[in-house]
Design a protein around this ligand. Sequence first.
Ligand SMILES: *[C@@H]1O[C@H](CO)[C@@H](O)[C@H](O)[C@H]1NC(C)=O
Ligand SMILES: *[C@@H]1O[C@H](CO)[C@@H](O)[C@H](O)[C@H]1NC(C)=O
Ligand SMILES: *[C@@H]1O[C@H](CO)[C@@H](O)[C@H](O)[C@H]1NC(C)=O
Ligand SMILES: *[C@@H]1O[C@H](CO)[C@@H](O)[C@H](O)[C@H]1NC(C)=O
Length: 963
Amino acid sequence: MGKVYYVSKNVGLGMLILGIGALATIIALSIAYDKERAKNRGKPDGATDSTNTPTPSTTPFVAKDPWDHYRLPNSLVPVFYNVTLWPRLEPNPDGMFMFTGHSAVVFRCVKETDLIIIHSNKLNLITFDGHHAKLSGLGEAVVPIIQKSWFVEKTEFLVIQLQSRLTVGESYVLYTRFLGELADDLEGFYRSEYMEDGVKKVIATSQMQATYARKTFPCFDEPAMKAVFNVTIIHTRDTVALSNGREIETINTVIDGVPVSVTTFEPTERMSTYLLAFIVSNFVNIQSTQHNNLLIRIWARKKAIDDKQGDYALNVTGAILQFYERYYNATYPLSKSDQIALPDFNAGAMENWGLITYRETALLYDPFISSTGNKERVATVISHELAHMWFGNLVTLQWWNDLWLNEGFASYVEYLGADYAEPTWNIKNQIILYDMYKAFAVDALASSHPLSRREDEVNDPAQISEMFNTISYSKGASVLRMLSEFLTEPVFAKGLSSYLNTFAFNNTVYTDLWDHFQQAVENTQGTYIPDTIENIMNHWTLQMGFPVVTIDTRTGSISQKHFLLDPDSVVDRPSQFNYTWFVPIKWMKAGVEQQQYWLLQKTEINSQMRVSGDEWVLANTNVSGYFRVNYDHDNWNRLLSLLSTNHKALSVINRAQIIDDTFNLARAKMINTTLALRSTKYLSKEIDYIPWESALRNLGYYILMFDRTEVYGALQAYLKKQIQPLFEYFKTITNNWTKIPTGHNDQYNQINAIGTACSMGVVGCRELMKSWYRQWMENPHHNPIHPNLKGTVYCHAIAIGGVEEWDFAWKMFKNATLASEASRLRSAMACAKAPWLLNRYLEYTLDPTKIRKQDATSTIQYVSQNVVGMPLAWNFVRARWDYIFQQYGKGSFSFASLISGVTQRFSTEFELQELKKFKEDNLHVGFGSATLALEQAIEKTKANIKWVTENKAHVLKWFTEST
Ligand SMILES: *[C@@H]1O[C@H](CO)[C@@H](O)[C@H](O)[C@H]1NC(C)=O
Ligand SMILES: *[C@@H]1O[C@H](CO)[C@@H](O)[C@H](O)[C@H]1NC(C)=O
Ligand SMILES: *[C@@H]1O[C@H](CO)[C@@H](O)[C@H](O)[C@H]1NC(C)=O
Ligand SMILES: *[C@@H]1O[C@H](CO)[C@@H](O)[C@H](O)[C@H]1NC(C)=O
C-alpha cells in the first residue's frame, strides 16, 4: 500500500519553530492513521446472518474445524475467475447504494476434501436449490452434490459441505450470484462522492488490500492464491469502467429494462486478489504511448484534467517505468498503466496492478497552486507504487508477515526512481529525513518490535492491518538501503533481477530474496561479506532496535550496544542475538575513505581507528548503515572543529548526522547536552537543507521545553544569530525575495530560513511577511505569495497582525475551493497572539457551520502548538471535556493526538498534577480512544520534568555564553 505516512511530510519547519513537536506528532499521527484505516462502519447487509451457521463456540475459543482457522486449507487452488460487477450509482428506494454481481471460479483440487472453503464477507448470496453456490466440473470428474452451505462470520468464510469428496487433480467451477452494499466505507468495492459544479457525483471504486476483496465477490482471498481474472463491469452509459486489464470493448445494451454499457477487460496476468481494482466514474484522462508504446493514462475529475493537474504525473511516469525496467532488468509486465486520483481515499495510494489509485494530493500537481513539497510527493508516491508493479505484484510475498519486505523495498527504491525522473533534486538524500529518522525514533524505544514476524503470528485481519506501520515501511527501507550499500548497487540489482525473473507470477518468502543476493555475491568477483546474507540480515530483521557503535580513537576499540533513547527503560523482549548486530561500517579517516569494516562482536580492536594529532575518524559515511555512532570526547572535538573550520569536508548527510546523533546520544545520556548544542554552532555557515532540518527538528524539543522560561530569551538570541546569515543568503539569491530559488532543497530551506528568522526576531523578516500578506488583503483575487511560502507567511502575518488580518484569513478560509489552501489557512489562524482571537477560534471549533467536524480536534491542537494558545486550549479542553468526548471520542484518530498535542509542553510538577486531576475528574466521562494517549502524556510529562531538571541550568548557561 502506498504511504499512509506522508501525512506531514514537507510541511516546512517555519511552523515547527513556533512550537510544533513535529516528529513525535508525525509518528503518532501515522500510527494512529493506520489504526483508523481498520475502522469498520458496521452496517446490516443481511449476508452473514442469513443461514444455518453452526452455533458459535463459546469462550475460550478453540479452533477445531477447518473454517475456524483464519487461513485457507491447502486443498484447493484457484486458477481462473470470471467476475461480473454492476455497481448502482443511484440509491435504491431504501436510500442504500448497492452492487450486484456474479462470479465463476475455476479451482483445482490438490488434496482430497469434501469441503469448499472460500472467503466471502458482507455479501448477500443468492441461493440455488437452497445452497449459496452452484458447483460444476471441468472435464471428466464426477461432481459431488452440495449437502449444505453456511457462513462463518468470524473468519469471513463461505463453507460448502459436499456429500462426497473432490478428486485430486480435477478442476471444478463454483458459481455465485451476490448483492453487496456500495458503502462509503473505503473498503472493498465502495462508493466515493464529490461535488462538481454544485452537483454531487458518485463513483464506485475499490480498495482490496489487505482483506477486502472478499467483500466484493467470493474468492480465495490470500496473496498466494494467485489466479487469472476475467472481469466484466456493467455501468451507466455516461460513465467509464476501469479495471486491472485493458478494456477490450464496451457495448451498449439493456439489462433488466435498464439501458447500460457492458465493458469487458482482457484477462489479467496471474495475480493476487488484494491487487484487484474496479472503478466506475465519469473521470477523463490524458495519455501517452511514448514509453515503448505502452499506454500510460492519468485519470481524474474533468476539472482537474482540464486544469492540467495530471500533466506532471504523466511526465514522470514514463521516466520512472524506464528506470525500473533497467534497474530490475525486466520489462513492465502489463499492457497498460492507469493511475487515478480519487477525491476520497484512505491510504496515500494503492498499487493495484495496472490501475493504481491515489489520493488527489498524491497524483495531481498544479504548477500555479501546488508547492515544491507537493511536487516531490507526487514524484515519490508514483515511484513507490510503480516499484510495486514488479516487486510485490509480479512477485508476491506468500503471506502478510513479510509485508515489511514489500513495503520497505518500495520505500527504499522510490527514491531511486524519483531521482531518475528528477535528477537535479538530490532526492536520494531525503531518505535520511523521511525514513531513517522516523525509524530511529520508534525503534529506539523498548516498546519497539522486530521487522519480521513468523507466519503463524499474523492471522486475522487486525493482525494483518497492524503490519502497516513505521517499522515495516521506514525501518524496512533503511535496512534494505544498508544491504544495497554494503553489497554495492550493481550486485544488489543483479540479485533483484534474478529473483524477479525466477519467481515471476509466483509467490516467495523473504529468504528467497536473500538466496538470490547470495548467488549474486558468489557470481561477482571481489565482493566480500563476512557471513551469508541470511545470517547478516537476520540480525537486523529478527531482533528489534539498532546499535550505537562507539569508537574510541585513542585505543582503536570499537564496540556496539543496543541504543535506547531512555537509558532507564527495560527491554523484556528476548533476542536470539542478545542485541548485537553484524554492522557494516563505512568510514573515513582525516577525509580519506577507508575499507569497509565489519563489526561482528560486541567489542573489537581495530588499530586503524586509532589516530594521532588532529586526525579525525568519521564512521557511517552517508549514513549508509542503520545505526548511530559515538566517539571518544577528543574525536568529537575534532569533528566539531572540522565543522566550524571546513564543514564542506563532510557530506551534507554526515553534517546532518553529526547533529542528529549528538542530540539523540545526549537524550540517551551517553554524551553531554552541551556537546549536542555545540554541533549547531557551525550552522551560521550552513546553507544546506538537510543539516538545518535536522537541527531544527532536534531544537524543536528545546523550544517546547523552554519557550515559557528564562532559557527562551537566550535560545532565541542564539538561534537568531545562527539563522541571520541564512536569511541574508536567501534574500540575495532570490534577488531581494522577488523570485524562488532554483534548487529543490533550497526551496525547502528558504521556508526554514524565513520561518525561523521571523520566530527568532531577525530584523526585516516580520515586516516582509506583513507586507506580502497586506498585498494579498488589498487584492484578494490575486494572491502574490508563492505556494511554497504560503503556510509560513500566513502564520507569521497573523501572529504579528490583529483582528483585521485574522478576519481576512477567515474570509479566505470560508471561500477556499482548494482543500490544501483551506487547510493552510486553518492552521495559520491558530498562530494569532491575542488571547481573545484564540479563544474565539476555539469556540468556532464546536460550531460545525464554522469548522467542519472532522477538523475540530486538529484545530484545537493547532492552537495548543502556539505558546500563547497552549493554556487556552488546555482550559478549553478541560472545561468542555464532556461535550468534546461526546462529539469526537468514538474512534477518531485525531482525538488521541488532541491529548498528546495539548500536553506536549508539559514539563512542571504543577502541570503533572493538573493532568492527573483531569484524569480523575473525568473518569466518569471516559477518554475513549485517547485513553492510551492520556497515560502516555502522564509518562511523557514525568520524563520532561526529569529532563528539564537535569538540563535547564547547563542549557541556559550554554546559550548565554554562545550568543
Ligand atoms: C467465463 O465467461 C466466458 C464468457 O461468458 C465463458 O465462455 C466461460 O465459459 C466462462 N468460464 C467459466 C469458468 O464460467
Ligand atoms: C472473458 O470474458 C469475456 C467476456 O465475457 C469472454 O468473451 C471470454 O471468453 C472470457 N475469457 C475466458 C478465458 O473465459
Ligand atoms: C511535462 O513535460 C513537458 C515536455 O517536457 C513540459 O513542457 C511540461 O512543462 C511538463 N509539465 C509539467 C507539469 O511538469
Ligand atoms: C538481464 O536479463 C537477461 C535475460 O533475462 C540476462 O541475460 C542478463 O544477464 C540480465 N542482465 C543483468 C545485468 O542481470
